[in-house]
Design a protein around this ligand. Sequence first.
Ligand code: FES
Length: 95
Amino acid sequence: MRVKHHPVLKDLENQREVTIYFNDKAYKAYEGDTIASAMMAEGIKTLRHHEVSGKGRGIYCNIGHCFECRVQLNEKKVARACLTSVSEGMRIHSL
Ligand code: FES
């Protein structure tokens, strides 16, 4: 679900659309989205799996404190999805 009209962010149709890839599948996002907001808008809640239990993990605090939303960017860098803005062609992989 997406907020299409917002008093501060303005109307969604005025924002530039970008394509991002999560686990090699293409998704539509908008400039200004974080990875977390883009994935939530697409109905994806599991961003990684717990190292020991294997259970799905995702957004918890959404302000950068808990590190539950860690994802891998471009095969190297680990980033918090809730703090990282999307960009055209961004490749994101779950951990
Ligand atoms: S959800 Fe807690 S750091 Fe991203």
